[in-house]
Design a protein. Structure first.
Length: 629
């Protein structure tokens, strides 16, 4: 087929309608600062690290084995291991589109050739099914991940098409999408994949090509799910959101990554088809999940056994699963809702999740990662060997690679496209959602953003390009930023709008309050009743044992509900207590106080970067009460 690109905006999600319009990677450039440093580490270290491990584990070699007829004997990895190659290719596509690095493009093309060689004439592409000695195609829709894998393949192809234009990978993706539409269309297999992902991918392919059948297939997958088309499993059909139709659900539920990916694709379908009821349903689920099932860090998922959301207010810090991939799914969903509705609350959650989960997962060198993100480490972790693949549940510190390594590759594509989440435009002007040092040039508007955020709260916006008519510059004021000022005038959390005729050289200054603040939990969260956390700006802070004097047990401290900054660190006063006698874990209340100690708090995203430690975000109060009671 002949494909014409109707929308080449280099951005992960490009709706054709909505309240706000996203900008692409050619329109926003990060400058030196918090996020550029991490994006550079991703490009300079993580991409090569991931490519090395894909070769080392044989997951990339599966495509060679498929093309050469050496399957199933030569196959390595889990049933979904193909997707890690696709996510790497997506990251490479965004990075090449952003930097034009010819060496990176050469590596990308070499991998694409290997992938393309494994595709069958009818468009089918999977190294785990369909050949002699393997299970038949689509014989395990609950767990096989075949359609899920297509989703990541298509997203990689879309990224390349938007970043630099259609290429061989894009054609592979189109053939795979055509195959899906043929096999699972209205007259085909009336089911869905146990792991949502194809839905947002098909909508983005529609947005790139204008081919309506991709949108219709995504809509069909969304409408089918929840009608119990998949077999029941030990975790229940809610695990893959097949327990009830999306329009009826009140809250995100089941496997957290599946839930957020499905919700993101459902927003895409709703926006492109004008289905207000469907959009309202996902908006309701997002609000309820944020209010009842989300950690302070923005992390989602409190159950280890099924990587799932727990019940309302079941958010134990020491058992937090808070998978890195679920955080990425949350950002995908919140971004789409932000584009659809324009409300600052979606950008607030994106900011919280970026700074406190996405930034937490990678090591400083970009070669080790957290799969899960606990909020309370009771015992010092174990440093994994740099050349050993580890089970994800067994990794108590950042590990170089996992038997299921969805998170490193997901981080890679997120960091590579990160600038696209900073700002948007509409008919009235420019909106800035996330604060980072950056250059923005889009259409009639241009500006330079200078800031050391999140270390400091001053954001300076200098206009570089402007029409000679009035327009609106909108700056998000985070929900925590009571006391913020814009050009010296108080502004309330939400949006601060400036509507006037701007001239190049004009400067706007937003000041966000950055003093540490005590945060109390909803009393319905039983696991942390009587505790407080400390935040500073968008950053959640934590206490680590490496900052305490010898002999002081972090798990036995009680704190006073006051925090102050001293010598660049946030400090709370901790009270050491006399625990009950050994042999019986219960005693008198309150426990006798034996001394006091200063407890320095560090950004949660910096934890476990100085070796094994114990850590906690939620700190028990000395009197067992929050400051709000």
């Amino acid at each position: 087929m002949t494909v014409s690109i109707s929308n080449d905006k280099a951005t992960p999600a490009a709706p054709t309608t909505g309240r706000l319009r996203p900008l692409g990677l050619r329109e926003i450039t990060l400058k030196p600062g918090f996020w550029q440093q991490r994006q550079d580490t991703n490009r300079n270290a993580s991409l090569a690290h991931i490519e090395h491990w894909l070769e080392k584990t044989g997951w990339l070699g599966n495509f060679d084995a498929a093309a050469e007829g050496r399957l199933p004997g030569a196959r390595r990895g889990r049933e979904f291991s193909d997707t890690e190659t696709y996510k790497l290719l997506e990251a490479m596509a965004w990075e090449y589109g952003r930097t034009g690095d010819p060496a990176l493009d050469e590596r990308y093309r070499a991998i694409v050739r290997r992938v393309a060689a494994a595709q069958e004439p009818d468009g089918y592409l999977n190294t785990n099914f369909g050949r002699p000695g393997q299970a038949p195609r689509y014989s395990d829709l609950e767990w096989g991940h075949e359609i899920y894998s297509y989703g990541h393949l298509i997203q990689a192809g879309v990224a390349r098409a938007r970043a630099t234009g259609p290429d061989e990978l894009f054609q592979v993706a189109v053939r795979a999408a055509d195959h899906v539409c043929e096999v699972f269309g209205p007259d085909g297999i009336a089911s869905v994949c146990g792991h949502a992902e194809i839905e947002p991918a098909l909508v983005e392919l529609y947005r790139v090509t204008g081919e309506r059948r991709y949108l219709e297939q995504a809509r069909l997958f969304v409408e089918r799910r929840g009608n119990q088309v998949l077999a029941d499993i030990e975790f229940g059909r809610s695990y893959f959101q097949d327990d009830m139709p999306t329009r009826q659900a009140e809250v995100l539920r089941g496997h957290a990554v599946r839930a957020t990916y499905l919700a993101a694709g459902t927003v895409d379908v709703a926006v492109e088809t004008g289905d207000a009821g469907l959009l309202d349903a996902v908006t309701r689920q997002w609000r309820n999940a944020v209010a009842r099932r989300t950690y302070l860090t923005g992390g989602m998922g409190s159950r280890h056994q099924d990587e799932a959301f727990g019940d309302d207010y079941v958010l134990p810090p020491d058992r937090a699963y808070s998978e890195t991939c679920a955080a990425i799914g949350s950002v995908m969903l919140s971004w789409r809702l932000l584009l659809a509705h324009g409300d600052a609350e979606y950008a607030d959650l994106i900011e919280r999740t970026l700074f406190n989960v996405i930034a937490t997962s990678p090591a400083d060198d970009g070669r080790a990662f957290f799969y899960t993100n606990t909020l309370h480490q009771r015992t010092p972790g174990t440093e994994p060997a740099p050349d050993v693949l580890v089970p994800r549940a067994a990794s108590s510190l950042r590990a170089p690679w996992f038997a299921v390594s969805c998170c490193p590759t997901n981080l890679a594509r997120t960091y590579a496209s990160l600038a696209a989440y900073l700002a948007t435009v509409d008919d009235d002007g420019l909106q800035i959602h996330q604060y980072a040092a950056a250059t923005i040039r889009t259409g009639r508007f241009g500006c330079e953003i200078d800031t050391s955020y999140p270390h400091e709260g001053r954001i300076t916006v200098r206009i570089t390009e402007s029409p000679d008519t009035p327009w609106t510059l909108s700056l998000r004021v985070p929900h925590w930023a009571t006391g913020a000022t814009l050009d010296g005038r108080p502004v309330e959390p939400g949006w601060a709008h400036l509507n006037r005729r701007f001239s190049p050289g004009d400067v706007v200054v937003l000041e966000l309050p950055m003093q540490p603040r005590i945060t109390a939990p909803d009393p319905r969260i039983d696991a942390i009743r009587g505790c407080v956390a400390v935040e500073r700006g968008p950053i959640v802070l934590c206490a680590e044992s490496v900052d305490l004097p010898p002999g002081v047990d972090l798990n036995a401290l009680r704190v006073l509900p006051h925090a102050e900054e001293r010598d660049g660190a946030v400090v709370v006063t901790g009270l050491t207590v006399q625990p009950p006698p050994h042999g019986w874990p219960y005693g008198i209340a309150p426990e006798p106080i034996t001394g006091t100690v200063d407890v320095p708090l560090r950004p949660y995203h910096r934890w476990a970067r100085r070796g094994p430690s114990t850590m906690r975000v939620w700190l028990p109060l000395a009197d067992g009460r929050t400051n709000q009671q």
